[in-house]
Structure formats: structure tokens, C-alpha cells
Design a protein around this ligand. Structure first.
Ligand SMILES: Nc1ncnc2c1ncn2[C@@H]1O[C@H](COP(=O)(O)OP(=O)(O)OP(=O)(O)O)[C@@H](O)[C@H]1O
Ligand SMILES: [Mg+2]
Length: 266
């Protein structure tokens, strides 16, 4: 049974009554892709690790990670076949895309959800663009395609970016995320860029501490304010993620199995 993933706790209920009301989503076939935006230090990456830990621990999804920035906070993951840092992140995106493509072409019905986590999307794209314009547009197109049709195939993306600029997404791509989370202070411009609307524009995000965010979930009318629980031991969290990654199948093997149409892909 899927328990769902906690994005955070409703900030209002917590501040007003000290009651923890979780804001929960279900990834498989439902809220399969998440956009995490926010300025540097607003809590994107740590919250993302809290999310990844949950989906792995609850067996809600397998996870592949492309970390171009190669932040030291991910040190415990170095060497895992499910984690790629620096330039290897491009290979990871490519392998994941090929896997997605085989699943789509061969109409493989995945029983398990698959998540591609992309850390620091803008940095990755800027690097790609410096290599060639084509590399950037290629990557944007591939990610756009996964976002557009992945949900029905049980494949999704969790993507972190400081600003959700139009230049980082191909047309319409930003609207393909079923969940949009904005950490920290959110300018009126970002508010609209994220597809938000309503009374929470500008206020009260000016006073947000790191780990506080606005969230909009597909199919829900209103934006909610959430607070991610305080994580005491970041290192331990990452080690737990590593432990769980080591117990999931490796993507390259899955891709080969999918390409050969073997039934081991589930
Ligand atoms: N839920 C939390 N519990 C404990 N500490 C937190 C939490 N959220 C954020 N922090 C603190 O804020 C710091 C910055 O958070 P984080 O690295 O997630 O920011 P970021 O948005 O990814 O920034 P950047 O864009 O620079 O990568 C963390 O290292 C941590 O010290
Ligand atoms: Mg970060």
C-alpha cells in the first residue's frame, strides 16, 4: 500500500495551533513530477533529500539522481550506480531517457514508479549550452518529453532550480509538473512564472525561513504554505538514501532489459 509522501506540514495550522497537518502527495500515476524552485539557501536540496528518502523508504519509487553541481552534501552517494555527479550527470539523463523511450515504445507497463531527480537544472543547462546550443535544446526536449507523457507510464521527474525562467524550459514544460513548490521568498514575477495565482502573492513569503514554501498540487484549488520538518542530521539522511539506493536495481541493467523486451522490468 502506498502511504504517500509528505511535502511538509501546513504552516498555518502549526503556527496557530501547534498542530502538524501533513501535506501529502502520491507519485505513481498521480503527482508524478515535482518542480522545486527557490533562491540559494532556501532549502530546496535538503527538502528534496527528505522527499527522496521517503519515496525510497516507503518503496513508492525507484530513484536516479543527476547532480551536475556535485555538491558536497551528496558525498555519501558517490560511487552508487543510481547517482551521477558533474559531467556524468549528462550520461545519467541520457540513460534515463533511453529507458523511458523503451518503456514508451514497447508499451511496457511498469508496476513500480521511476523518478529522475535533477539537481540544479539551470547550472546543468548552462554547462550544456556552453558546449553547444544543440546539447542544451536536446536535453530540454528530452526532459520535456518525459514530463509530457511520463505520468501515464509511471515515470516522473523531481527537478530543482533557483528560478523557473522560461529559458530553462521548452514551451509548456513548466505546466507539466503536477506539483510546484517555491521555497523562501517568492517575488511577484516568480509567483506568476510558477503558474501560481491568488491571494498569497508577495505575502507572506518575505518572512520565510529556509524550509518554508508555497505549494500548489494539481487538482487542488488553493496554494498552501508548508514547512518542511527540521532535519537534525543531514549526513545521516544522505547515508540512509545511499543504503536504500544500494538496494534498488541499477538503471543500465533495467534499460537493457527494457530494450530486449524482457519481463524483468517492473
Ligand atoms: N528542513 C530543514 N532542516 C534543517 N535545516 C534546514 C532545512 N532546510 C534548510 N536548512 C538549512 O539551510 C541550508 C540550505 O539549504 P539547501 O542546501 O537545501 O538550500 P538550497 O535551496 O538547495 O540552496 P542552493 O540553491 O544554494 O543549492 C541547509 O544546509 C540547512 O542548514
Ligand atoms: Mg541546493
Amino acid at each position: 500500500m502506498i502511504r504517500g509522501m509528505v511535502l511538509g506540514y501546513d504552516t498555518q495550522s502549526w503556527q496557530n495551533f501547534r498542530v502538524k497537518v501533513p501535506v501529502t502527495i502520491i507519485l505513481p500515476k498521480k503527482n508524478s513530477s515535482i518542480l522545486i524552485a527557490g533562491k540559494s539557501g532556501s532549502g530546496k536540496s535538503l527538502s528534496a533529500r527528505y522527499y527522496l528518502y521517503q519515496i525510497l523508504h516507503n518503496r513508492e519509487s525507484y530513484v536516479c539522481m543527476a547532480d551536475y553541481k556535485a555538491g558536497e552534501e551528496y558525498e555519501a552517494l558517490e560511487g552508487s550506480p543510481s547517482y551521477a555527479s558533474g559531467e556524468n550527470a549528462f550520461q545519467m539523463l541520457d540513460t534515463f531517457y533511453q529507458f523511458f523511450n523503451e518503456v514508451r515504445k514497447k508499451r511496457i507497463r511498469l508496476k513500480k514508479h521511476y523518478t529522475l531527480f535533477i539537481e540544479e537544472w539551470s547550472g546543468l543547462l548552462t554547462y550544456a549550452e556552453n558546449q553547444s546550443k544543440k546539447q542544451k535544446t536536446d536535453i530540454m526536449a528530452k526532459i520535456g518529453e518525459i514530463l509530457a507523457v511520463g505520468r501515464g507510464l509511471n515515470i516522473g521527474i523531481i527537478l530543482c532550480v533557483q528560478r523557473a525562467d522560461a529559458s530553462y524550459f521548452s514551451a509548456g514544460t513548466r505546466d507539466q509538473f503536477q506539483v510546484v513548490i517555491s521555497f523562501g521568498r517568492c517575488s511577484a514575477e516568480q509567483f506568476r512564472m510558477l503558474g501560481f495565482h491568488g491571494e498569497l502573492e508577495e505575502n507572506p513569503t518575505a518572512n520565510y525561513k529556509s524550509g518554508q514554501a508555497l505549494v500548489l498540487v494539481d487538482g487542488q484549488e488553493a496554494i498552501r504554505e508548508i514547512t518542511v520538518p527540521w532535519i537534525l542530521n543531514e549526513k545521516e539522511l544522505c547515508q540512509q538514501i545511499r543504503y536504500l539506493l544500494d538496494r534498488q536495481p541499477d538503471l543500465t541493467a533495467l534499460y537493457r532489459a527494457a530494450a530486449e523486451g524482457r519481463s524483468t522490468v517492473k
